[in-house]
Design a protein around this ligand. Structure first.
Ligand SMILES: Nc1ncnc2c1ncn2[C@@H]1O[C@H](COP(=O)(O)OP(=O)(O)O)[C@@H](O)[C@H]1O
Ligand SMILES: [Mg+2]
Length: 149
């Protein structure tokens, strides 16, 4: 499934629309080149979950977590861009975080192809002339929830 996000506000709005669907234990991966709009989409989702103010990019922290009451459910926003080897990610305890958090993962490719086989996989690609194409790979655990309204 794919759709066009014409501008930044459309990316934020798509992130918003996911807020009604998510629950702890979900993993949403965000793929795309630098500047594609991964963090923008995550910001839209976090805002719709109640976060006030703009979520920082987790590029340097790598894991940025949020807990109620600032958001409706626990969320870990993760940017694996600076991870060179999957073993480096072990210290972050992502599998444990998953028990009670929604995981939003930028640069999931850094952990190799086998990570999170049941994730909702979103890919954002810049289009000529601006705008973005968003492609979703929807796993069985998301089929009954898909597409967002
Ligand atoms: N649908 C869109 N069309 C055009 N520009 C967009 C769109 N979505 C986001 N952007 C812009 O693209 C940039 C994306 O930055 P960011 O979300 O930090 O990217 P990433 O996390 O993928 O590196 C921002 O400047 C944002 O305003
Ligand atoms: Mg980013």
């Amino acid at each position: 499934m794919s759709l066009i996000l014409f501008d930044e506000s459309a990316t934020l709005a798509f992130g918003h629309s996911l807020a009604a669907l998510v629950r702890p234990g979900d993993v949403i991966t965000l793929s795309g080149t630098l500047g594609a709009g991964k963090t923008t989409l995550a910001r839209g989702l976090l805002a719709a979950l109640g976060l006030e103010g703009e979520a920082p990019s987790p590029t340097f922290a790598i894991v940025q977590s949020y807990a109620p009451p600032e958001v409706r459910l626990p969320v870990a926003h993760i940017d694996l861009y600076r991870i060179d080897d999957p073993a480096e990610a072990e210290e972050f305890g992502l599998d444990d975080l998953r028990f009670d958090h929604l995981l939003l993962v930028e640069w999931p490719e850094r952990l190799g192809a086998q990570a999170w086989h049941d994730a909702l996989r979103l890919t954002i690609a810049p289009m000529a002339g601006g705008g973005r194409r968003l492609t979703a790979e929807v796993p069985p655990s998301w089929e009954a929830r898909w597409p967002p309204a």
